[in-house]
Design a protein around this ligand. Structure first.
Ligand code: BGC
Length: 415
């Protein structure tokens, strides 16, 4: 899948005057935050900016994980009319910066001391050639299990800490007439589950097979095991899961149709938006066996280089998105934790506080890695090679051994 402009087209476009610059006092923002929880979170930014005198032109493109938004973004850039700002995941920031399309945020970053408060792992994606090119608004953790507390209480279950416990819980939930595991049916959702399982086999396997794309690791027994566990998890989905959006799967857990969902903590934004308290009506625990490790994905706002007229509004937006108060309010709604280390944890729920503590622990232990499914593990072209195999496995009767072989071939061909 060719996801990005070729260098030649990129260079040509950056030499061409880009049309329709946004007004000095407004930003046009492309993003994919359209579920209830996501929309509530972005409204915080919108209001914050409006209070600073900067208007908001909304370019929301529905589609979890951002695939549709990234396609729309490319179309706008190819047409010579990029938005002022766009939501992006880590590797995408690098790609657009490498093509020369992004503006430089160093003035704001230096004046506000971003280097001192943003964790180095996040800085690595927000900067390019030593310059800040995108403002990080959060740190999401994709490997969580969400569970309906009422069902768990009724069945005397506690949150699983091993895969055996997970499958025993799923059996009990099914026997009581609920869906065991609420699944969504898109490649990025399947990959969110599979990468968590790889991490649970061992952090060393995740690092070798995913971050380093090591061929021996990709073809290893550990990867076969990850597909075996994935096959068992898939067995607890209801037959109607194909094509289902992630937030509809979360709703199944909230309303008691299903017992559990494996999904990133944006699912917590849905819980909060439904007026419930995470840790009370909907329980959270990291995916069995991933305690002590931390996969992350960060949503950035990158500013396109659309001319001087737009720069004051872009700086305003970057500054607003990085303020301590915004990062607290926004992340309380979004389900993530702040991308700054100096935001107090007191107002976060038990799942958020766990994430904050685990991030520090995993950073020290060397078990903090970027999420493959969410654009922080491999560049888009290589990521697609992994996701193709994972989704093919999920939607066929491919064996775990064949999946490991297919991964070696697919990723090997994309590198
Ligand atoms: C983004 C989240 C978003 C989720 C579902 C992830 O890739 O980082 O902000 O809520 O996709 O749309």
């Amino acid at each position: 899948m060719t996801k990005y402009l070729t260098r030649g087209v990129g260079a040509l476009l950056s030499m061409t005057a880009l049309s329709a610059p946004a007004l000095a006092d407004e930003v046009e923002v492309m993003h994919w935050w359209t579920s209830g929880g996501e929309a509530a979170a972005i409204a915080v930014l919108q209001e914050d900016l409006q209070a600073r005198g900067t208007g908001w032109v909304d370019m929301a493109i529905a589609g979890g994980g951002g695939d549709a938004a990234m396609t729309a973004l490319r179309a706008r850039v190819v047409a010579g009319n990029p938005p002022t700002a766009a939501q992006m995941l880590g590797m995408t920031v690098r790609d657009w910066a490498d093509e020369g399309f992004l503006g430089n945020l160093n003035a704001v970053a230096e004046a506000e001391g971003w280097n001192d408060v943003v964790p180095p792992a996040v800085q690595a994606f927000g900067t390019f050639d030593g310059e800040w090119v995108a403002a990080p608004v959060n740190i999401h953790r994709p490997h969580w299990v969400w569970a309906n507390a009422g069902i768990f209480e009724e069945l005397g279950l506690s949150m699983p800490t091993t895969w055996d416990e997970f499958f025993a819980a799923a059996d009990a939930i099914e026997a009581a007439g609920h869906v065991g595991v609420a699944m969504g049916g898109q490649a990025w959702q399947e990959a969110t589950i599979w990468e968590a399982i790889v991490l649970s086999v061992s952090p060393e396997l995740y690092e070798a097979a995913i971050i380093n794309a090591d061929m021996d690791a990709l073809g290893s027994e550990g990867i076969v095991e990850s597909f075996e566990i994935f096959r068992r998890v898939l067995g607890y989905a209801d037959p109607g899961y194909a094509g289902r959006d992630w937030n509809l799967a979360t709703a199944m857990v909230i309303n008691g149709e299903a017992g559990m969902q494996i999904m990133g903590d944006w699912a917590k934004g849905e819980v909060i938006n439904a007026g419930l308290t995470p840790g009370e009506q909907v329980l959270c625990a990291v995916v069995p066996g991933t305690d002590g490790a931390f996969l992350f994905n960060t949503d950035f706002f990158a500013m396109f280089d659309v001319g001087e007229d737009a720069q004051a509004a872009q700086r305003n937006m970057a500054s607003a998105a990085m303020s301590v108060s915004f990062q607290e309010t926004f992340n309380l709604a979004k389900g993530s934790i702040p991308a700054r280390t100096d935001v107090p944890s007191a107002n976060f729920d038990v799942c958020g506080q766990t994430s904050m503590a685990d991030l520090v622990e995993a950073t020290e232990a060397g078990t903090l890695f970027g999420s493959l499914a969410h654009g922080h593990g491999q560049p888009a072209s290589v990521q697609a090679a992994y996701l193709d195999v994972v989704t093919q496995f999920a939607n066929s009767d491919m064996t775990p051994e064949a999946a490991a072989e297919a991964l070696v071939a697919s990723v090997g061909g994309a590198l």
